[in-house]
Design a protein. Structure first.
Length: 394
């Protein structure tokens, strides 16, 4: 039985007639196997890290840690969740880091701090001096060149992230005056949900070339280049996924040009975790309104905000539930393009926008796929004070 089939069977077992079903269900075994196969497909010199922001659920982290070399944390809260894993590499990223966060990272001797600006480097230096430690940093660079098409891009244009590549000469001069920091790496996270393997390879190649050029130009002794995350899930066309096999093959070829003492890092979030989370929400009502077919569910964007944030249809399937308890006829929609909405009092609470559905009835369950990353944790859980979904791990 496929893991999606197994999850459907479990849902039907768990559903109780009295309480509308609403749950996140995680396929832990699938997640572990995926992490293992990604890590195994990369060259030895390339480390797979997990970007915790994608989903910091402790059960998931525990499963993933067995197959990744490190973690990327973007807050003190995320870093604290990693104290259980002393043997893993830890790196920190993110804009607007607090002194408390930097201090904890330095005191805990983490692998690398990704610095976002000159002012941040100056603060790292001050804290390092106070703690009497020399700190390794990687500068996060906002490259001059854009990196093709993707859902979100953070380089090749103005953003709040990283150091503008064109300012590197003057910033390098200033950082050279700071004895408690040493630039031993660069960080390039520049894109989100990129679906094009060859564009991502071109990006990695460009980052490698830049790092080598800057090492020579600024007399650095590098040992770390981090390409960030950004590998995508094709939510709209699941039969056209990111071509990981071609990508990892290309990485093997590219890495023959990298200095052998460099650790090269992919800190993946979405591509690692998204396929192994499901969000299930029971149908509460169906109706037509001004000629459009609507389904409302026990749940919504306060549990799964991604489709509302991206104004997309989240991939879903309908699980037919045959039990029917009401002494009333069962409302249904047949052969309709449906809009699936949640229980919030806002027209923005929409998860599916006009997708064809053969048959959907009150009491059936809508199962949303690819809800393992940027799903529960990016959602506004307390809006309207509805009950939270169950968390189920299989
Ligand atoms: C610095 C950094 N690294 C890695 C990631 C993970 O990206 P993704 O989930 O697209 O792989 C993010 C996501 O925002 C990030 O900000």
């Amino acid at each position: 039985m496929s893991s999606a089939e197994q999850i459907k069977t479990e849902i039907l077992k768990m559903k109780s007639a009295r309480h509308p079903f609403c749950a996140y269900i995680y396929d832990i075994k699938g997640l572990e196997e995926h992490a293992l196969s990604l890590a195994a497909s990369l060259p030895e010199q390339v480390s797979l890290y997990y970007a915790m922001k994608a989903n910091p659920d402790p059960v998931l982290i525990h499963a993933i840690q067995r197959h990744v070399k490190g973690f990327e944390a973007a807050s003190l809260g995320e870093l604290d969740k990693l104290t259980a894993f002393p043997d893993h590499q830890k790196v920190i990223s993110g804009p607007a880091k607090t002194d408390e966060f930097l201090k904890a990272a330095i005191a805990r001797d983490i692998r690398m701090i990704h610095a976002e600006s000159l002012w941040e480097v100056e603060r790292i230096h001050l804290i390092a001096q106070l703690l009497g430690k020399k700190v390794r940093i990687a500068l996060r660079i906002n490259l001059e060149a854009a990196i093709g098409k993707a859902r979100l891009t953070m380089a090749g244009k103005p953003t709040q992230f990283g150091i503008d590549e064109t300012r590197l000469p003057e910033i390098m001069e200033m950082i050279k005056q700071l004895p408690f920091v040493e630039i031993t790496g660069f960080h390039f996270h520049s894109v989100s949900n990129n679906l094009d393997a060859s564009a991502h390879l071109a990006f990695v190649s460009q980052c490698l070339m830049k790092a080598k050029e800057w090492e020579a130009q600024y007399h650095l002794d590098l040992n770390y280049v981090n390409f960030g995350g950004g590998i995508g899930i094709h939510y709209e066309k699941q039969d056209e996924p990111f071509h990981w096999a071609a990508f990892s093959q290309g990485i093997h070829e590219l890495m023959t040009h990298a200095p052998s003492n460099w650790e090269l890092v992919f800190e993946l979030g979405r591509y690692l975790a998204a396929p192994f989370g499901y969000y299930a929400a029971e149908v509460m009502d169906v109706k037509e309104n001004h000629g459009q077919a609507y389904v409302t569910v026990r749940g919504g964007s306060h549990h799964l905000r991604l489709p509302a944030a991206w104004k997309m249809s989240h991939p879903f399937e309908v699980i037919a539930v045959e039990e029917w308890e009401y002494p009333l006829s069962r409302p249904e929609l047949r052969e309709k393009e449906v809009w699936i909405a949640g229980e919030l009092c806002t027209p923005n609470d929409v998860l599916v926008r006009g997708e064809f559905c053969t048959n959907i009835r009150v009491g059936d369950i809508v199962l949303f796929h690819f809800a393992g990353a940027y799903a529960w944790t990016i959602s506004h859980h307390d809006f309207l004070s509805h009950g939270k979904p169950q968390m189920i791990y299989i």
